[in-house]
Design a protein around this ligand. Sequence first.
Ligand code: PBG
Length: 324
Amino acid sequence: MAFPATRLRRLRKTGVLRDLVREVELSPSDLVLPLFVQLGEGRTPVEAMPGVERMSISNTVAEAGEAHALGVPAVMLFGLPAEKDEQGSGAYDDEGVVQLAVRALKDAHPELVVITDVCLCSYTSHGHCGVVLDDGRVDNDLTLELLAKTAISHARAGADAVAPSDMMDGRVGALRSQLDAEGFTDLPIVAYSAKFASAFYGPFREAADSAPAFGDRKSYQMDPANADEAVREALLDVEEGADVVMVKPALAYLDVIRRVKEATRLPVAAYNVSGEYAMVKAAAAAGYVDERSLVLETLTAIRRAGADIVMTYHAKDVARWLSR
Ligand code: PBG
């Protein structure tokens, strides 16, 4: 029945009514805070991401502890090694920066969920996510071996979940079978299933020092125009054993989040990436938008699109805002 019998404004009269009929909730318990951990002491600010810093292991432990105390259940670790080489060997070094940080984090905060990013780009001298051949191509199958070694090394250090972000074909299956062979049958894989070749990663590449030295990532990351293909990527990852599927970036890909959720019915994560964060920070600093309202609206929209989990650099602020 239409107007005047139907008046949708009846349920918008007060905050209590609006809360009662709210379809989607945003809670700190949905959030994952990404952290950049480096060897050595102190903190290095990331210029394009105000409030985000590369931190020593002890600072990372403190930062993660603060987030956890605010109700953020999980962090995701990116490592900056002391040295890089062609094969990205720092990624699968049992005494590497992420491995050391995982041990320190799990010692200090056993309840905190520690997810590790599994990729080679911040460990390779050329900055690509895999093994580069003489002709400049990134070799898929050689890379799988190194990714699996990395995941196993993270698992041995005590990671609660591994998150492969390289976009090689078959990496979820390779990780699953090799983790299982090593006895890590219960370790979840959070697959970056639909990861697009995006300009929104710009600030991250400064933070993780992972910009490719030549070319771009378009031969492995997805074309932003393709949503059917994103669903295929996600379904393949499910077949290979993914426990959570991720869409990345988030804001420009809300339709993909929805479609991946409907196609997989798995827990879906969305990565509210560095460029999305930088845009909000820049506009807020200029006084053009209200940061708090903008962030809460954005993250609620990502949840509404179908994401169960949101990776976001705003996690601590959001937890503070929501607890008031
Ligand atoms: C590395 C990786 C990237 C991000 C997460 N893992 C960057 C890239 O692919 O170049 C981006 C995260 C962000 O922008 O916040 N494979």
